[in-house]
Structure formats: structure tokens, C-alpha cells
Design a protein around this ligand. Structure first.
Ligand SMILES: C[S@@+](CC[C@H](N)C(=O)[O-])C[C@H]1O[C@@H](n2cnc3c(N)ncnc32)[C@H](O)[C@@H]1O
Length: 324
């Protein structure tokens, strides 16, 4: 049985949110049927990680979400007849409890919730060194998470990774939402369509009507929170510089991955992500607005030559970093 964090009194809405993100990664929730974008992007990450993993390795998945990256890694580890100790780490209860549910029957899988509340209910991130309880990892992977770490926190996170790896340990990550000089002109960033949805709906009439029922202070807070769901992308150099500053070497790779319109709609309608249309009401009101805005956003991306009628092309970057 898996060990560590377990959800405590999780609500129906949280369960639905985790299920929806899982289904954005896996068709009908079947882990044998990853959506094309998830299969292709994770496949490259797994291929980069596998040569660094041995039987008995301690592997950390930083930002595990509903378990999509861990599941793809475990498939390949098992194909090769290896056993690893895997620590999954994430701050989001709704998605992480889905990962717990999917992997609860496994030996050697451990869960750490990366957020804690202090006595005055203030939330903060737990340090990786503490979550590992003094153990050092052979490999840390992080899939589709680094672009969500605020730029100002990257330096400190890089030093947590350095402090949590064994000598010769390796940090391997991917992201579809970082700017780079080498992004081909025929590709977009992963979150471009969803940032466009947010912009299209920013001045939507129905949303404006609901916002007008809030105080101006509430509106400011609310809109700030929505802008952080798909934050503006920063450069891959921010991450490479931070890793280099704490002693990591860097090797980078990239890949263009097709993201079908149907997969994009499933992704955009995950409750946690469809919040970009709040305060439109959760359910049909919100979903209808998102579907409409997404069609417009995807058509614009296709017109810019970064997609076709049926998909947009997302540009993924990969980093492999060894402690020198
Ligand atoms: C897109 S999901 C990726 C999940 C999984 N690795 C996969 O490939 O399917 C990104 C995860 O990063 C987590 N996350 C968001 N902000 C974070 C932060 N500041 N620090 C650590 N994790 C964060 C989220 O809770 C979310 O589960």
C-alpha cells in the first residue's frame, strides 16, 4: 500500500475537479489511453529520465497533480523490470487526491502534500528537504509544473533541488509554457489558448454583470486570482540560470506536440482551470462561455500558423541537470 498523505474530508467538487483533470490526461480516465499531447510530452521526459534510474532508486515527482507523470514513468520502470521508491509531491488537494486514489494500491509509493497551514491559517510551501525527511533522491522529475512556480521563487527551489539530490543526482523536467529563443514559429505555448480565453471573457457581458454585484476590492482580488491560473510565460533562461547558480550543469531538448481541439476543450473545462470564467456559475453557464471563447482562440492560433483546424501545436522544453 502507498504511504504518506491521505485526503481528509474531501468535497464532491474537489473529487470532480481531480477526476476532470485525470480525464483531460487519459481518455475516459483509462490510464492505458493517454491523450496524445500527454503521451507525447511525457514520453520524451520518461526517455530522458530512464537512463538515470536504477533498481531501488529514490525518485521524486515534484508537482505530481493527478499522477499523470508518475503513471507514465512507472509504466516504463515496470517494463524494464525495475522497482523504485517514488515520492509524489503536490500542493493541490483536489488533484493530488486523485493521484492518491489511482496509486494507493502500490508498494513503494509515498505522498507528501507540499502546502501547510500555520497557527494563524496562513498557507506556505513546505521545503523539499523536510518532505524527504533527510533522505536524498537519485532523480527528481517535474512535469508541466516549473512554469507555474513564480519567477521570484525559482532560485530558492533550485537550491532545494540541489540540497535534496545525492552526489551525481539528476533533475529532469519539462514544460510547454516557457518562452525560448528556439521555439519554432509554427508553434504556440501550451497555455496560449487558455490565456486567450481569459482575455476574451475579461469583458464578457454576463461576467461583467456578475462582477458588478461585488465590491471593488472583491473584484480586484477576484480578477488577480483569475490572472494567476494561467500566468504570463517567462523565459527558460530564468530556470537555467537559477539551476546553474546552485551548481547544476544543463542540457536542453525540445519537442513540438499536437494538442487536439477536443483535448483542449476537456483541458479548459477542468473546474480548477475553467475558473478563468468565474464568477460565471460553475456548470453550463461557465462551460458554454469557455467553449465559445476557446473556438475563437483556437481559430486565431491556427490563423497565425501555429495550428490547424483540428489542433494547435505546443512547444515543449526539457531540461536535464546534473550536480557538478
Ligand atoms: C499541470 S500539473 C502537472 C501534473 C503532473 N506532473 C502531470 O504531468 O500530469 C502542475 C502541478 O503543479 C502544481 N503546482 C502549481 N503551483 C505550484 C507551485 N508554486 N509549487 C509547486 N507545485 C505547484 C499544481 O498543483 C499541479 O498539480
Amino acid at each position: 500500500m502507498a504511504t504518506g498523505w491521505e485526503p481528509d474530508r474531501i468535497s464532491e467538487n474537489e473529487i470532480a475537479d481531480g477526476e476532470a483533470y485525470h480525464r483531460a490526461l487519459y481518455i475516459n480516465g483509462d490510464i492505458e489511453r493517454p491523450a496524445n499531447w500527454h503521451r507525447e510530452s511525457a514520453d520524451r521526459l520518461v526517455k530522458l529520465a530512464i537512463p538515470h534510474i536504477k533498481d531501488g532508486s529514490l525518485v521524486v515527482d515534484y508537482g505530481s497533480g493527478t499522477g499523470g507523470s508518475a503513471i507514465e514513468l512507472l509504466k516504463e520502470v515496470e517494463n524494464r523490470g525495475m522497482e523504485i521508491n517514488l515520492v509524489l509531491i503536490d500542493p493541490l488537494v483536489s488533484w493530488f487526491s486523485k493521484a492518491r486514489d489511482l496509486l494507493k494500491g502500490r508498494q513503494n509509493v509515498h505522498f507528501e502534500l507540499s502546502i501547510k497551514k500555520d497557527d494563524s491559517s496562513k498557507l506556505s510551501f513546505r521545503r523539499l528537504e523536510n518532505m524527504l525527511g533527510g533522505r536524498k533522491a537519485d532523480v527528481i522529475i517535474s512535469s508541466s509544473t516549473m512554469h507555474l512556480i513564480p519567477e521570484r521563487a525559482i532560485r530558492d527551489l533550485a537550491s532545494q533541488f540541489a540540497g535534496s539530490l545525492k552526489e551525481n543526482g539528476v533533475f529532469i523536467w519539462d514544460s510547454g509554457d516557457l518562452e525560448s529563443e528556439f521555439r519554432p514559429a509554427h508553434s504556440a505555448l501550451l497555455h496560449d489558448p487558455y490565456r486567450a480565453v481569459r482575455e476574451i471573457l475579461r469583458n464578457d457581458e454576463n461576467r461583467a454583470r456578475r462582477l458588478s454585484e461585488m465590491s471593488s476590492e472583491e473584484v480586484l482580488q477576484h480578477e488577480g486570482r483569475l490572472d494567476r491560473i494561467f500566468p504570463g510565460p517567462y523565459s527558460i533562461d530564468v530556470i537555467l540560470d537559477a539551476l546553474s547558480a546552485v551548481g547544476f550543469s544543463s542540457e536542453t531538448h525540445d519537442e513540438v506536440v499536437g494538442f487536439s481541439n477536443d483535448d483542449a476543450e476537456r483541458f479548459a473545462l477542468v473546474p480548477r482551470l475553467s475558473e478563468v470564467a468565474a464568477p460565471l456559475l460553475l456548470g453550463e453557464e461557465r462551460d458554454e462561455a469557455i467553449r465559445g471563447a476557446l473556438k475563437v482562440a483556437l481559430a486565431e492560433i491556427a490563423e497565425q500558423g501555429k495550428g490547424s483546424k483540428s489542433e494547435y501545436r505546443s512547444h515543449w522544453v526539457y531540461g536535464v541537470h546534473r550536480l557538478e
